[in-house]
Design a protein around this ligand. Structure first.
Ligand code: LRY
Length: 220
């Protein structure tokens, strides 16, 4: 479903971003497809439905709900069902080893997505151990999405070491995701064994990328 060596573009905007609307995310997805993306990653049933209406590309769907300091990427089965209903082809969910808000286990959530929704699961993990546990729990693909977001030390670069350690250990596709911003980052991910690379902010968040350049203007 996600081709080998492909670019996935994450089309997401948060409240406060002028692009925070399903219509804007559908335009982003069209631009990504025209530019060569092989799949789209998108947040919320509304955005997913709008994107589904304009592209036949596979959609990795998720729903961010609740407190971002805990499990918040598709934290419950109900959230996954909403994402599936909106037209996603694959469900991305938080597969860190933190407690889940509804008290269910990762293994149960993945099993229900498989049996009741009939969709594959992409496990967003933060560590090597979480990646192994997610695969053991039945995840079909594993992504490095949450590396650098679950501890107090803010990360500034992509976690190539985690891509490599998971890709050399797991018997499923490993997706490189999180802070991939340049062609060199993509090459490093591929050399580390990534099946595909997800790029979000660097392509679909002009407010943030403007801030990068504006900050550079302040440095002499
Ligand atoms: C940590 C978290 O919530 N990551 C989210 C996951 O869906 C998105 O906000 C990211 O944009 C996406 O993972 C792509 O990463 P980047 O934008 O760094 O290319």
């Amino acid at each position: 479903m996600i081709p080998t060596n492909s670019l996935v573009v994450s089309c997401q905007a948060a409240p406060g971003n002028p692009f925070f609307s399903p219509e804007a995310m559908a335009l982003m997805a069209r631009a990504a497809e025209a530019g060569g993306a092989a799949a789209i990653r998108a947040n919320s049933p509304a955005d997913i439905a709008a994107i589904r209406a304009v592209t036949g590309l596979p959609i990795i769907g998720l729903h961010k709900l609740g407190d971002p300091s805990g499990v918040f990427i598709t934290p419950t089965f109900a959230a996954a069902a909403g994402v599936a209903e909106a037209g996603a082809d694959l469900i991305a969910l938080d597969a860190t080893q933190r407690p889940r808000p509804d008290g269910t286990s990762l293994i149960d959530q993945i099993a229900r997505i498989h049996t009741e929704l009939g969709l594959p699961v992409l496990a967003d993990v933060d560590t090597h151990e979480a990646g192994l546990a997610a695969r053991e729990a039945g995840a079909d693909l594993v992504a490095t999405t949450l590396s650098g977001y679950t501890n107090s030390i803010p990360a500034t670069a992509p976690d190539i070491d985690l891509v490599r350690s998971l890709a050399t250990t797991l018997d499923c596709p490993v997706i490189a995701e999180g802070r991939f911003r340049t062609a060199d980052d993509i090459r490093a991910a591929r050399q580390a064994g990534a099946h595909a690379v997800v790029v979000g902010t660097a392509i679909t968040n002009p407010m943030e990328t403007t801030a990068w350049f504006a900050a550079a203007m302040k440095v002499v």
